[in-house]
Write a protein that binds this ligand. Sequence first.
Ligand code: PLP
Length: 454
Amino acid sequence: MAEPLGTGDKDVATHLHSYTNLAALPQTPPLVIVEGDGIHVVDENGRRYLEAMSGLWCASLGFSNKRLAEAGAKALKTLPYYHTFNQRTNVAVADLAERLLALAPVPMARVFFANSGSEANDSAVKMVWYYHNAIGQPERKKIIARRNAYHGVTVAAASMGGLDGNHRDFDLPIATAPARFLHVDCPHHYRYAEPGETEQDFSSRLAQQLEQTILAEGPHTVAAFIAEPVMGAGGVLVPPAGYFEKVQAVLRKYGVLMIADEVICGFGRTGNMFGSTTFGIQPDILSCAKALSSGYVPISAVMVNEKVHSAIAANSGKLGSFGHGYTYSGHPVACAVALETLKVYEDERILDHVRELAPAFQAGLRAFAERPWVGNVRGVGLIGAIELMADKAARTPFAADRKAGYRFAALALEEGLIVRAMGDSIGLCPPLIITRAELDDLFARLARAMDRFE
Ligand code: PLP
């Protein structure tokens, strides 16, 4: 009888991987992670890794929180499933909606639930269109996003995203005439500012570009602007001084809705409960996911303000129903785990912990600025990035085929450290529960990887 396949071989033979070079997979077998322990994960050979990316920017409470496991188990035993269509509800979804409205960075009126950041952002787009139809401005259909933005992979979310790899050969952004998804420049001061241009001047230039785009398209056709407070997958781009103030002045002038994509920034990452608070954003619509459940169960949420909610509600009255929702919207198990996550944040004073640790995290990162391959270091709270450069003095990037980010991430992995390669930037987004001693360990491993990088 043939030997049963090991997990890696079985996986390569059967599993169509997300975000993977599928053609190369047989030569580069997957890393099989079997368990989690605090901020560490362990592979099938017993090797431990410090997970400095919280998985995919989500496992804020690390990988072994018992309270979340117990909340999930209890919910599974009490009511493992029920839906929220047609006036049905459950205790956990009502409690969670109430809690989220209490935490919202600006007054919000209602919360819609989905399962992923992509679905939350797709839902936001549909709400924006529905809203403008409802208020008698049906020509307002265009959504403006930023180059390098990441908003997910469903058709509308990926259309809003500004990363080539999410568009190419997927026929995205979705083609309509006139186009509904537009992109303006991203606020990466280090890369795109003119020589000597201050952050404030750079922000003014980007706000002017946004205004010119709105005017060129016709303000009566522009529905919404979407932005992550800190752009995550695009390279951890912290907005330059004045950016959101200037951008929002333009949006207000032309009656354009603001959508904050808080999928990464939400729930403490930037040192406040929401990135909108850190950067003075007043969203009409806010999407969040990931740390809402510490990544333990799939759940996302879209909060809408009263202006949006009242128009949507009135229109649904006219049409007979708000024809949008998922089988798993407000899933009782996911909501119970999310509620417990929010309680843990409060009981364990996670926000205070982030604020206490952020200066050491940011200083530790910035210490790498002196290294020969490091062009730029940036971050806020407990999120940051190091941008590698082939020649830092001349600001010459590495050639694409040198795959600097991937080579660095591979070296870090050999040092037992999981970081994320984003082009030539290395992302760090450790669990919010990381301790000071673990932070020192993180930077020691990062330094060893940097010593070996060439
Ligand atoms: N928005 C942002 C800012 C994200 O970082 C992500 C995922 O990384 C998404 C949306 C999409 O979330 P999901 O992968 O849960 O669909």
